[in-house]
Design a protein around this ligand. Structure first.
Ligand SMILES: O=C(CO)COP(=O)(O)O
Length: 247
């Protein structure tokens, strides 16, 4: 089953509007059709990022309500108005620092789908859970919760990012074997929730200290269809090095 790779840079809380313009001007013309390439940026940078003709532009989060008294939050309608059609949901940093729960991630998944926004939903275990051999239980619980009330025909609009928390920003990458094992398991969870055909269509990314040099081998894994990249997506040179790694 051929699934087009999807590689998205998660900028987290980095880059001003001016820096975004500079990055997009340098990187966007280099994008090839070997993969879907994207950047997830702070809200304030999104409109500048949309100058891109080739790059997917994603938000890093989105509220689950249409509007209302939610100081600091951004709605699906606000994203749609500037033609942002993707968002990350449930990143471990949102779960850790901003009180995101499996329940709010699910509400956001539903809100995203209802508004024509494609979610990249993040799952992954802590170091403690990894060491206690709880990885599969943890990601299963997160995936099952995230997809509650998501219809089968909508699953292929979503992307699942497996990001072991112990590999984020630490320079410690999961080996390709570990990443494949967990991503393959996630696909069986989706198959159990829906069916094999649906599971075969959904794209699953790995994230956690991905670097240009490791990208091609990572994508050779049968159940890894892309990457969610933090640090290595911030510099023009390293983003272009990822594009070139797949040429
Ligand atoms: O959290 C990540 C992407 O969402 C991974 O970040 P790093 O690539 O910096 O480890």
């Amino acid at each position: 089953m051929a699934r087009k790779p999807i590689i998205v840079g998660n900028w987290k809380m980095n880059k001003t509007i001016a820096e975004t313009k500079e990055f997009v001007a340098a990187v966007d013309p280099k994008v090839t059709d070997k993969a879907d390439w994207g950047i997830a940026t702070p809200y304030l940078d999104l409109q500048a990022a949309k100058a891109a003709k080739n790059l997917i532009v994603a938000a890093e989060d989105m509220h689950f309500k249409d509007s209302g008294a939610y100081t600091g939050a951004v709605s699906a309608a606000m994203l749609k108005e500037i033609n942002v059609e993707w968002t990350i949901l449930g990143h471990s940093e949102r779960r850790q620092y901003f009180g995101e729960t499996d329940e709010t991630v699910n509400l956001k998944m539903i809100q995203a789908i209802n508004n024509g926004i494609n979610p990249i939903v993040c799952v992954g275990e802590s170091l403690e859970q990894y060491e206690a051999n709880e990885t599969k239980d943890v990601v299963k619980t997160q995936v099952v919760a995230a997809y509650k009330d998501i219809a089968k025909e909508d699953v292929e609009k979503t992307v699942i990012a497996y990001e072991p928390i112990w590999a984020i920003g630490t320079g410690k990458t999961a080996t390709n074997e570990i990443a494949q094992d967990v991503c393959g398991y996630i696909r069986t969870v989706v198959a159990d929730l829906y069916d094999q055909e649906t599971a075969d269509k959904v794209r699953i990314q790995y994230g956690g200290s991905v670097k240009p040099a490791g990208l091609a081998a990572l994508l050779e894994q049968p159940d890894i269809d892309g990457a969610l990249v933090g640090g290595a997506s911030l510099q023009v040179e390293s983003y272009i090095a990822m594009i070139e790694a797949l040429n």
